[in-house]
Design a protein around this ligand. Structure first.
Ligand code: PEP
Ligand code: MG
Length: 588
């Protein structure tokens, strides 16, 4: 007998973008949104007031619907996430918009559907043409609002009840749809478009429903009722899975579930060892859309905001005003917790507005080197960061520092930027803290001197390791030689941390190593003051910190520092980690 049911085709594995964690198996419900067709019609002068009244009623009904959705969103998602719907309600309450629609109705004597569609389309197009993904995503909300009013004009009902518990498969999902559908038992969301910042992704995470997005052509590959397995951890969707595949995923699901249950309770607890040694556990972020998630994960602040992510997909640098808006968003959302904004780290592997050809870009014009050579750009960014610092929870950080001279020059620019703002009477935090990344071996060697010039140090292991061992981690031929636990790496880390602390300057780590569970005990034992990690891993790292005594971590670290090969170090750390935490994946 074939392992597949009669309804389904053979097993097919598709790869999309992991948008919300979890694993589900269930039948597909193809969600197709009702898109109203709009015909342009003339109306008699005597009918105009009737059209206006029809619009008023449709707007009132839409307002009532959205008001309910907003309340439901507040209950389920909290005030911050619910703001998406508040924004839609504000458009519905926009007198200017509706006055101009009514005026056109009277002047042009066309049917209300046509004029409403046309007016709202203007809004939507402006948003859709925006250069940033966030605003483009919001264009979908405006479209959704328009369709809601149109549906109510045509007096059609809202689909909100589903049979059974399906996996919702759709081309795209508006925020309101994802939320309304979640009143049923939804097993997972799968969409063709959207990225990790799409509404489906944000809402699915908040609702704790697994989701995979960006899976092109899925709606034409499956039918209503097709069995699909959705793995929101890896972004995999399996159509018509075999029993063997189902078993494999079931095993993964129970493993992850029991682990996550244990982690959830840690959110509001400090990253502190049982013998009272407290460290800061912060998050690295690239997009403002991750803010809500990092708060849920219980971060003590933002330890690295990679500001160059503002440059993704654009030709020109963002204006000072645009930067201020972005940085303020971070500072306000995290307040009173701290936010470290790193100045543009461009060049090397990172995007440049105008690409420069270099034979060896990693040893070339990148990070602070670019900014020091582009005073206008640098001053603009510094002014924007300073302007966002008025609540006193923002710090500045410079990437790719290799000498004292660069730090002094960068600080001079900060002074100059402050002077420019002062001259215009613009407020900023005069005591803003300034730190540098230690990611070039030369900087590591002169840590003592650098520490005299700055308020904090942050170790960037991603670059530091590749420069220290002379291995390009992106080069497949030698990537085996890229060793996070190379004895030279861990001894170098000891040196940086010890020297920084001796000078009374806190030492943080924001490279990937800070978020490697296998490294946590070692880094604790080395005396690292602050870990800044990718948001996903944060609870796991907190769990380790809260379970191992500082005294013991120091002993373990001392032993690891005496080992001679990466294999020995890793095996040793694996055995101690496994002994303390049998359920933590240690990368085997
Ligand atoms: C690093 O190099 O470790 C770091 C955090 O910076 P990035 O990964 O952005 O280069
Ligand atoms: Mg780096």
């Amino acid at each position: 007998m074939s392992p597949h049911s009669a309804l389904d085709a053979p097993e097919t594995i598709l790869k999309g973008i992991a948008a919300s964690p979890g694993i589900s198996l269930g039948p597909v419900y193809l969600f197709q949104k009702h898109v109203p067709t709009i015909n342009e019609k003339s109306v008699e002068p005597s009918e105009v007031e009737g059209e206006i009244e029809r619009l008023r009623q449709a707007v009132a009904r839409s307002h009532k619907e959205l008001g309910k959705i907003y309340e439901f969103a507040k209950q389920k998602l909290g005030d911050h996430q619910a703001k998406i719907f508040e924004a839609q309600l504000m458009i519905l309450e926009d007198f200017v918009l509706f006055d101009s629609i009514n005026e056109r109705l009277r002047g042009e004597r066309k049917n209300v559907e046509f004029i409403l569609h046309d007016e709202i389309e203007k809004y939507r197009k402006v948003m859709e043409a925006a250069t940033d993904e966030y605003t483009r995503e919001r264009a979908l909300d405006v479209e959704d609002l328009r369709n809601r009013i149109l549906r109510n004009l045509q007096e059609e009902k809202l689909i909100s009840r589903l049979e059974g518990s399906p996996v919702i498969v759709s081309h795209n999902l508006a925020a309101a749809d994802a939320l309304i559908l979640s009143r049923n038992v939804v097993l997972a969301y799968v969409t063709e478009i959207g990225g990790v910042t799409s509404h489906t992704a944000l809402l699915a995470r908040a609702l704790k429903i697994p989701a995979v997005v960006g899976l092109r052509h899925i709606t034409s590959t499956v039918q209503n009722g097709t069995q699909v397995l959705v793995d929101g951890y890896s972004g995999t969707v399996v159509i018509s899975p075999t029993d063997e595949t189902k078993g494999k995923f079931e095993e993964k699901r129970s493993r992850y579930r029991s682990f996550e249950e244990k982690l959830a309770g840690l959110r509001d607890l400090p990253a502190q060892t049982p013998d009272g040694h407290r460290v800061e556990l912060k998050a690295n972020i690239e997009l403002a859309e991750e803010l809500e998630f990092i708060k849920i994960q219980g971060a003590d602040g933002i330890g690295l905001y990679r500001s160059e992510s503002l440059l993704i997909g654009r030709e020109v640098f963002p204006s000072e005003e645009e930067q201020v808006r972005e940085y303020r968003l971070l500072a306000d959302a995290m307040f009173p917790k701290p936010v470290v904004i790193r100045t543009f780290d461009i060049g090397g592997d990172k995007m440049m507005a105008h690409a420069v050809r270099e034979n060896n870009p990693f040893l070339g014009w990148r990070g602070i080197r670019v900014m020091l050579d582009r005073p206008e750009l640098f001053l603009e960014q510094l002014r924007a960061i300073l302007r966002a610092s008025t609540r006193k929870n923002v710090s500045l950080m410079f990437p790719m520092i290799s000498s004292i001279k660069e730090v002094r020059k960068a600080r001079q620019f900060v002074q100059e930027a402050k002077g420019q703002l002062r001259a215009k009477g613009i407020a900023y935090d005069d005591k803003i803290k300034m730190g540098i990344m230690i990611e070039v071996p030369a900087a590591a060697v002169i840590t003592d001197d650098l520490a005299e010039e700055v308020d904090f140090l942050s170790i960037g292991t991603n670059d530091l390791i590749q420069y220290l061992i002379a291995v390009d981690r992106g080069n497949d031929i030698v990537s085996d030689l890229y060793q996070e636990f190379h004895p030279a790496v861990i001894r170098f880390l000891r040196r940086i941390i010890e020297r920084g602390k001796k000078k009374g300057v806190p030492v943080s780590m924001c490279g990937e190593m800070a978020g490697d569970p296998l490294a946590t005990i070692l880094l604790l034992g080395l005396g690292l003051d602050e870990f800044s990690v990718v948001p996903n891993i944060l609870p796991e790292i907190k769990k380790i910190i809260r379970s191992v005594k500082f005294r013991e971590a120091k002993k373990i670290t001392k032993k690891a520092l005496n080992l001679q090969t990466e294999d020995e170090i890793k095996n040793y750390l694996r055995s101690v980690t496994r002994e303390h935490f049998p359920d933590i994946p240690t990368g085997e």
